[in-house]
Design a binder for this molecule. Structure first.
Ligand SMILES: [Zn+2]
Length: 612
């Protein structure tokens, strides 16, 4: 009797045995994803096994909860992973954090508890990959610190009274001088200059700049955008439209320091601290080839070799000075140059009238033809999509718009799922499995307004060939949702390398695995009608264009039972519009919905929206 009592008392606090089982499962996943060795003995390093960037857990939240138990040496968030690491200065603190947080603190996705494990070490390779993008600014970016004095800063701040200003942007307050920057066309209208020019109080900046940086060639700006960011607000990654503004661009920062992220097509990522009272010169590569953006959060954490530095944000006001461009941009950074793309990719503008034809020939008919083969190769549901579906309460109605072979149709527990697709062959696959499915197009969902608790649109919207149609598809998804309903959208990313890591789409490349430099890329194009061409993409390589045809090879005899025309080896070309970073977010920002989560997963850009 005494013995039994002892055993009960020795059981670790807070954890019942079913959770222990769960914990072992999570530890196993952590090791598999990162190579870190789990241990039952306390160390300075803690792995969060079941939540990471992919689940919407941010460095900020990890810091907020773990720093209560002592000084943190390092937080390691891993792009594309559902786990992360925290290291403390000493074991006492990490043990305290472990005991208070493990299985108890609900910061995992959908407010579930996090499960922790001590790890022997954080693998060196992970740390290095994470540190790589922090230190140096990209080419062409110069930060001049303490460019103005405290009293000048106060004078600049006094130029705008943001409390009185109305604004159509939800995330921050904006005011324009000289010309208005129109966010719907991403450009300025040269024929409509504003009455209010750049305040003359700004003139001191140009005199000072000539002294501080005499080798810089510039024309005095004629356009000014003033942004006011409260802590927690940010701006999606973007490139200032090439054809709208000259090079360089200047940013004066007032009120607070902030971390700005610069990213290019090669997966290079620089997180830079832009100090209060600093003056930034953005020119050349940093102006043309890099996107820049500010992550919405209340504090910035900078990780350097020296350790962790935390900056709490205050209200920041930025003055962005630009010279409006008259004519085309002639830069050499073609992938981000609207002037170049407009003249060289005729399809860019000409798709309008051809949209339905492109989609009929290169989406709907193709799926009809490859249905069986497609279905055979699309078994494995993506874990984060399944988690989203499982987050709905018993009795919820969830609509899978573009359900394909129905691989997500039985993922929910005690919820009612309806699927929608344009392919009769794929719908037949669903019907064989007794799923509830409808024939229909994502632009005209055959359901009433405000009926669904949730919706998913997985790998669908990238098949729509104009921006207007992609926009309508999101509007249609929100239309069928009840207020408070949530939708998950996945679209294929142009960036198949994210934070220096290749997507599984690239990793599956057998031919090019060894010599990346010599990617066997074709320059083939398909002429749609006179003057409108779509480039044909080489599978398993990085995307060179946003509007592409992606080949699907159907091997001999693989499609015989579904379609008589496919009993020989045949290549089908599927149309895709691959999304650039920030593009989906920007599109979603125009609706009356709340962006709950935005992330990169399996080579896709993904968002979760909540209808207001
Ligand atoms: Zn350009």
């Amino acid at each position: 009797m005494e013995l039994a009592e002892n055993i009960i008392q020795k059981r670790p606090e807070g954890l019942s045995s079913p959770s222990k089982k769960k914990q072992r499962k999570y530890q196993h996943t952590l090791t598999k994803q990162t190579g870190a060795k789990c241990t039952i003995f306390p160390t300075k390093h803690i792995g969060i096994c079941n939540s990471g960037l992919v689940n919407g857990l941010s460095e900020e939240v990890v810091y907020e909860h773990f720093s209560k138990y002592g000084k943190i040496e390092q937080i390691l968030m891993l792009p594309g992973k559902s786990c992360c690491f925290v290291s403390f200065d000493d074991i006492k603190c990490s043990t305290k954090a472990f005991n208070n947080i493990n299985g108890v603190l609900n910061i995992a996705q959908y407010l579930k508890p996090v499960f922790l494990s001590f790890v022997e070490n954080i693998p060196e390779s992970l740390i290095e990959a994470n540190l790589k993008h922090d230190s140096d600014p990209p080419n062409g970016l110069i930060i001049l610190e303490n460019f103005i004095t405290d009293s000048e800063e106060r004078a600049f701040l006094a130029l705008n009274d943001f409390n009185r200003l109305g604004s159509s942007l939800k995330h921050r307050q904006v005011k324009h001088y000289g010309y208005e920057f129109k966010y719907d066309i991403n450009n300025v209208d040269l024929n409509c200059p504003l009455e209010e020019k750049i305040p003359k109080e700004c003139d001191i900046l140009w005199e000072r700049l000539r002294i501080a940086y005499p080798q810089l060639i510039f024309v005095e700006p004629d356009q000014l955008t003033v942004n006011c960011y409260k802590p927690g607000q940010g701006i999606p990654s973007h490139v200032d439209t090439h054809s709208a503004f000259e090079d360089p661009i200047f940013i004066l920062s007032l009120g607070s320091a902030i971390v700005m992220d610069f990213k290019n097509d090669n997966g290079d990522h620089h997180s830079l601290l832009i100090p209060q009272k600093s003056f930034v010169i953005m020119s050349g590569e940093s102006r043309y080839a890099y996107t820049h953006g500010i992550t919405p959060r209340k504090l910035d954490i900078l990780q350097t070799k020296a350790g962790l530095t935390v900056f709490h944000r205050a209200i920041r006001v930025s003055f962005t000075f630009r010279k409006v461009r008259n004519g085309k941009c002639c830069c050499k950074f073609h992938s981000k140059c609207d002037s170049y793309l407009r003249t060289h990719e005729k399809s860019y503008t000409a798709f309008g009238q051809l949209a339905e034809r492109v989609e009929e020939t290169h989406v709907h008919k193709v799926y009809e033809n490859i249905a069986q083969h497609f279905s055979e190769t699309r078994h494995k549901p993506w874990p984060n999509v399944v988690d989203f579906i499982k987050s709905f309460e018993t009795g919820s109605l969830l609509v899978d718009v573009g359900c394909g072979n129905g691989k997500y149709m039985n993922c929910g527990q005690n919820i009612f799922q309806i699927g929608l697709d344009t392919s009769i062959s794929l719908l037949n696959v669903c019907r064989e499995k007794q799923y509830q499915v409808l024939l229909g197009n994502c632009l005209r969902i055959p359901l009433l307004d405000n009926v669904a608790d949730g919706a998913i649109s997985i790998a669908v919207i990238h098949h729509l060939s104009t921006e207007e149609r992609r926009f309508s598809a999101i509007r249609e998804l929100l239309r069928i949702l009840k207020a408070g309903g949530r939708v998950l959208v996945y679209v294929w990313a142009k960036e198949q390398k994210h934070r220096n890591e290749k997507s599984s789409y690239l990793k599956q490349d057998r031919k090019n695995r060894r010599c990346e430099e010599n990617e066997a890329v074709s320059n083939e194009k398909l002429t749609l009608v006179d003057g409108v061409e779509i480039p044909i993409h080489t599978n398993r390589t990085q995307f060179k264009h946003q509007d592409v045809l992606v080949p699907w090879k159907l091997k001999k005899n693989s499609g015989k039972s579904l379609n008589t025309g496919t009993d020989e080896s045949q290549t089908f070309l599927r149309y895709y519009h691959v999304f650039k970073e920030g593009e989906l977010e920007n599109m979603c920002a125009q609706f009356n919905s709340k962006l709950l989560h935005s992330y990169y997963d399996q080579g896709n850009w993904c968002v979760i929206l909540e209808k207001k």
